[in-house]
Design a protein around this ligand. Structure first.
Ligand SMILES: [Zn+2]
Length: 204
C-alpha cells in the first residue's frame, strides 16, 4: 500500500508548496522553506519509486528505468534541484537494499524493455553506478542551495537515513558500505583526486 500512498503524499506536498508559492509570492518564508520541503517530499517518494515498475505497464520488476538515477536527473534539469535531491536520497536508499538479494537470479536482476535481463554480473554494477549517480545529484543540488536550506536538507538526510535503516532495512552492513563507497567515489571525482582520464591511464 505504501508503494502507492508514499509517492501520492509526496505529490500532494509538492503541489501544496507550488500553490503556496503562487498564492503568496511576497512571503519570504515560503521561498526559504520551499526546497527543504520539496526535498522531504522527494525522499518520501524516492524510497518507493523504484518498485513502481509493478504498476507501470510494460515494465518487469526491477526495471532499470525505475531502479536508476533517471527520474531525479530529469527532475533536476526540468523542475527542481531540491525535489531531485530528495528523490535521489530515497532512490539511493532503496537501491542500496536491492544490491543484497538472497541470490542474483530472477526477480533480483535488472531488466529493460525489449532487452530483458542484463544478467547477474551487470545488475549489481548497474545498481552501484546509479547509487553513485543519485549521490552526485544530491551533492550538485546541495551546492546551489542557500545555507539555511542546506542545513535543513542535511538534517532530513540524517533523520531519513536513520529511519530507513532502523525501520525498513535490518540487514544494514552491505547497504551502508555501498552508500559509503559511492559517497567516497563521488567525493573523489568532485575534489579532483579521481578523474576519467586517471581511470583510462590506469587501464592503458
Ligand atoms: Zn526495488
Amino acid at each position: 500500500m505504501r508503494l502507492l500512498t508514499a509517492p501520492l503524499v509526496a505529490m500532494g506536498i509538492t503541489l501544496s508548496v507550488y500553490t503556496a508559492e503562487y498564492a503568496f509570492p511576497y512571503w519570504a518564508v515560503i521561498e526559504q522553506w520551499k526546497d527543504p520541503v520539496l526535498f522531504f517530499a522527494g525522499l518520501i517518494a524516492g524510497v518507493r519509486w523504484p518498485d513502481w515498475d509493478f504498476l507501470i505497464p510494460g515494465l518487469g520488476h526491477r526495471s532499470g528505468l525505475t531502479h536508476s538515477a533517471l527520474l531525479p536527473l530529469f527532475v533536476y534539469f526540468l523542475a527542481s534541484p531540491g525535489l531531485a535531491s530528495g528523490l535521489s536520497l530515497g532512490i539511493a536508499l532503496h537501491l542500496s537494499s536491492d544490491i543484497q538479494p538472497k541470490a542474483w537470479t530472477g526477480g533480483a536482476l535488472i531488466k529493460f524493455p525489449v532487452v530483458g535481463s542484463i544478467g547477474k554480473k551487470l545488475s549489481p554494477l548497474w545498481l552501484f553506478i546509479n547509487i553513485a549517480g543519485c549521490v552526485a545529484i544530491m551533492a550538485a543540488s546541495l551546492d546551489i542551495e542557500p545555507h539555511f536550506a542546506q542545513l535543513i536538507m542535511l538534517m532530513v538526510t540524517s533523520a531519513g537515513t536513520f529511519w530507513y535503516f532502523s525501520r525498513e532495512e535490518k540487514r544494514r552492513l552491505i547497504p551502508l558500505a555501498t552508500l559509503a563507497a559511492s559517497g567516497l567515489l563521488v567525493h573523489s571525482f568532485r575534489s579532483g583526486h579521481f578523474s576519467l582520464s586517471a581511470v583510462t591511464q590506469f587501464f592503458v
